[in-house]
Structure formats: C-alpha cells, structure tokens
Write a protein that binds this ligand. Structure first.
Ligand SMILES: Cc1cc2nc3c(=O)[nH]c(=O)nc-3n(C[C@H](O)[C@H](O)[C@H](O)COP(=O)(O)O)c2cc1C
Ligand SMILES: [Mn+2]
Length: 508
C-alpha cells in the first residue's frame, strides 16, 4: 500500500536506495534548481536537502522522478496494473449468479469505503501559525533566473507592456514559487471538492498569487465565487499521503473529487480534517504543511510570473487572484516537498507518464477507436500526441481527432498524429516514418481552432489558437483522391525462420 505520509515515503525511498541526502547548506534561490536539473536529466535519485539557507526545514525534490518511484507512490509494479483497475471500475463484469454476486461483495464494500474520512484534527496541525504566519520561513524555491521579474520579459502573456510593480507586490527576493502544492477548494454552490496542483507565487509573508489556468477546476470555482461576490476559502497542502501530489495532477472531469480518486488509487480512504482558519475546507490530516487562506472578490488581481515552465520557456506574466494567508500549520518536524519544471525530461514527465497509462481506459471509454497513445517527452504534455487506431472506415482518423479535441484536458493537444495499428506509438521514429511516408499534406491535414494550453506561447491568443491533426493512416477509398496504398515491406516468416536457424552457418 502506498505510504500514508511523506516522511514514510522518504523512508521507503531511502531503504530502496532511491534517495540521497545533501548535508551541506544549499541556497533555495537557483542553486537547488541547478543541482536537481542535473540529477533529473541523468535519471538520478530523489534528493533531500537537509540544510536549506534561510529556512529551518529540509526540502525534498525529485521524489516522483522515475518510473520506479512513481510506481512506489502508486503502490504498483507497473502503471498498467493501475490502468487495469480503472478499467474494471468503469466496466465491471456484471455478476449474474448468486455466487458471483457474493464474490463481488468485498470489492463493493471496499469501493464504498474510499470517499475521504473526516477527522477532527491531524498531525498537519501540530503547530499553528496565524498572525505570525510567514511564507518566507518555508524553503520556497526560486527556480529560474527570470522568475518573478516581469520587467525582464517586458510583456504580459496577453501582449501588453508590463506596468511598474506596486510596492506591495515586490518581495525582497522576487520569483519564489511553491511548486508541489495541492490546492483544495470547494464549489460555492454544489460544495464539490477539487484538488489541483497549481503553482503559488510568494508576494509577502501572508500574500501570494494563485496560478490556476482558465481551463482548470480551481479557476472554475474561483469564477463561481467571484460571480456571487463571495470570499473564496482555500488551502494548499504540502506532503500528505504519497498518492496526493499525483492525484492533484489527475485530469479528472469537473465535479469528480480528486480525494475520492486518491482513495481509490491507494486502496483506502484519505483522512481529512477541517482547516483551522478556513473550516469549510478540509485538508489532508497527514500533510507536512498546510497554507490556509482566502481570496477577496473585491481585490485587484496581481501580476503573476514570469516562471520557467514545463514548456522549456518562461510563461509570461499575467493577472491572477491574490491569496491572503490566514494560517500556516505544520507537523512538528516537517519536510517541504518541491519540484522544478523546465526543458524535459524533468520530474513531472513521470507524473504525466503515469496519467498517460492510467487514463487510457477512460479515454477509450469516450473514444473506443483508440488502441493506444503516447505523449512524447518533447511534446511537454499538450504540444503533441501520437494516437493508434484500427481503421475500419473512411475518415475515422478525423473522427478521432475531433473527439480528442473534445475530451477533457486532452482537448488542449496542439498537434495530434493518428497512425494505424501496426505502428509503435511509443517509438517516435516509427511514428514519424509513417507520417512522412503516408501523408499527402494537401489531403491529410486537419486544421482547427480551439482552446489551447495557456502556457503555449506560439498560440494566436493566450489559451486559444490553431491545432493540427495529421492523418498518417493508410488512406482508403472514400477519403478524397486516393490511389491504392502499397503494402509495407516485411520478409516472409519462413525465410526469417530459415535464416535464424542457419545463422551459425553463415559465419557472421
Ligand atoms: C509540477 C506541476 C505543476 C503544475 N502547475 C500548474 C499550475 O501552476 N497551474 C495550473 O493550472 N496547472 C498546473 N499543473 C497542471 C494541473 O495540475 C493539472 O492539469 C490538473 O489536472 C488540474 O486539476 P483540475 O482539473 O482539478 O484543475 C501542474 C502540473 C504539474 C505536474
Ligand atoms: Mn479537478
């Protein structure tokens, strides 16, 4: 079963030789990024920095940065195991005989016990700071040199010149971001809980900015509070069950509670307790730190960014809501978890890979044509997807393209290549080989406009623009002007066998 809290996870990592401790003092301003980046690029271990300059707390990074560590957090040997459980959940075999029904009872009982369990208090509230809360006491990273320096990039994401900073918006060291926080919110009308991983920029001891993308659930909740003119309570959890950071990144449909999914993934309910100063919001009892606060609907937004992002570029500054911190609570000896993003591969590649595999059954439920898909590393999640189908009728690839452009966060995919079932979507060379050979650009491209990742700096507008679908399948009659497609080259099976058998004789 996955670790119930971060420090247990650290012990598990250490016992398996998957974590290294750094005992010399290091600076959270840029130095940790340069160390962690080198280790991530080399496929290295999780790092626990025991002495971070300017803070009393150790910092954990790269805890999820490999297949093995991600599997440990998920409590599986392979992502496909989890995918199989998801598939079973959405497509259970309906028991017909009494014996079959009885056999399924324990499983059903387990499903019923997975919604989060509310407890009164948790270790995350061992120490409570309210008026004396100070975000700068945490070892919050400044990841990249231009982070938090709008003047250096001159323009906002919307293309307007950056205004001079208001004095209140200029901390001593600008550009420090909480990068691995799980943001807990509730919809003001339905009460639906959402947990999303959104970066948080520090502006003062008790002032920060919430960078939730327009298309994400946190932003949707915020719009609902704003429309009602109501203050929005929220909490940011750091640490907690090993499954939580991953669950916070899961592209679940709006209204589906990430805590419920986390309970399903770890095979037991998440324990939540009411936040001390924002009791409407429940937080993971086992978290290391919890930052509690609210957004005032009457506040002006703050210029958040720039930030060295997943895309390998800085995301330009833009206007985001101010968070007023009302409390920072923590365990007695907490560890601060963080990550960095940047040119791939980084730690987040593995969070994304887990999602690619675990969500395949859900994608297939929406679009049964899809046999498999791959989000290649260079595509940084939303820029590129390779999709494999078994083509049975004309224009099926186009149907799949449009279906993907309507499917949850996959809808933000900028370039999609659809290939036949004999192509290995996990091998970019094989996909590009078939793309180059099978495509007539005058016939096989599908260009559309729609919502895009707000981090896509090439898009026509911030968060909206063109998308390209490439039908790299073999064409068939009914798909425009089509000449017969030739067969692909492969040697006959009997000759392959013969040569294998005689290989020794050739003296090669
Ligand atoms: C390391 C990391 C950092 C992320 N930072 C942000 C962010 O700052 N803002 C955002 O909207 N999404 C960010 N994401 C993506 C969201 O967490 C992800 O899309 C998630 O599914 C959103 O949840 P939601 O659908 O409940 O809003 C980040 C993901 C990772 C792995
Ligand atoms: Mn959500």
């Amino acid at each position: 079963m996955p670790a119930a809290d971060l420090q247990t996870f650290i012990t598990e990592l250490e016992q398996r030789g998957l974590l290294r401790r750094v005992r010399v003092p290091v600076d959270p301003i840029l130095e940790i990024t340069e160390i962690a980046d080198r280790v991530m690029k080399a496929g290295g271990p999780a790092l626990l920095f025991e002495r971070v300059k300017g803070s009393d707390y150790p910092l954990l990074i790269n805890a999820f940065g490999s297949r093995e560590r991600m599997c440990l957090a998920l409590g599986c040997n392979d992502f496909d195991e989890v995918a199989a459980r998801v598939k079973h959940l959405i497509k259970p075999e309906i028991p017909t005989t009494l014996m079959q029904k009885l056999r399924r009872l324990p499983e059903l009982a387990q499903l019923g016990s997975l919604p989060p369990r509310i407890v009164r208090r948790g270790p995350c509230q061992d120490v409570v700071h309210t008026e004396d809360a100070d975000l700068f006491k945490l070892p919050v990273l400044k990841c990249w040199p231009l982070d938090g320096d709008p003047a250096a990039v001159r323009f906002t994401a919307g293309g307007t010149p950056v205004p001079p900073a208001a004095p209140a918006d200029a901390p001593v060291v600008p550009g420090r971001y909480i990068t691995l926080g799980a943001v807990f919110t509730k919809h003001p009308e339905t009460g639906d809980r959402n947990v999303g991983m959104y970066r948080v920029q520090l502006f003062g001891p008790r002032l920060a900015a919430m960078h939730w993308h327009t298309h994400h659930d946190g932003a949707r909740h915020f719009r609902a509070y704003h429309a009602l003119g109501r203050g929005m309570p929220l909490a940011i959890a750091l640490g907690g069950p090993a499954i939580l950071p991953y669950a916070a990144t899961c592209p679940l449909p709006p209204g589906i509670d990430e805590c419920l999914f986390a309970g399903f993934l770890q095979g037991r309910a998440l324990e939540l307790c009411p936040a001390v100063t924002q009791p409407e919001i429940e937080v993971p009892a086992a978290a290391e730190f919890v930052i509690e606060g609210y957004i005032d609907p009457a506040d002006e937004p703050v210029l958040e960014g720039p930030f060295g992002d997943h895309t390998g570029f800085y995301s330009l500054p833009d206007w985001f809501p101010r968070l007023h911190v009302t409390a920072i609570t923590h365990r007695r000896n907490p560890v601060y978890p963080a990550t960095i993003v940047g040119p791939p591969p980084m730690e987040d590649y593995w969070l994304g890979k887990a999602t690619e595999r675990i969500f395949l059954p859900l994608l297939q439920m929406l679009i049964p044509d899809i046999l498999d898909y791959d989000l290649p590393r260079f595509g940084c999640f939303h820029n590129c997807a390779f999709v494999k189908i078994r083509k049975e009728y004309p224009y099926q690839a186009r149907r799949v393209l449009h279906a993907i452009w309507g499917a949850g966060q996959m809808a933000l995919t900028k370039i999609i290549v659809v290939v036949d079932e004999d192509v290995d979507v996990h091998n970019a060379d094989d996909v590009l080989f078939h793309l180059c050979a099978n495509v007539d650009p005058a016939r096989d491209l599908e260009l559309v406009r729609g919502p895009l990742d707000i981090l896509d700096h090439a898009a026509l507008e911030c968060g909206a623009g063109g998308k390209l679908g490439i039908d790299a399948t073999r064409k068939m009659p009914g798909e425009g002007p089509v000449r017969p497609f030739p067969p692909a080259l492969t040697m006959s099976a009997d000759i392959r066998e013969l040569v294998t058998r005689r290989w020794g004789e050739y003296g090669l």
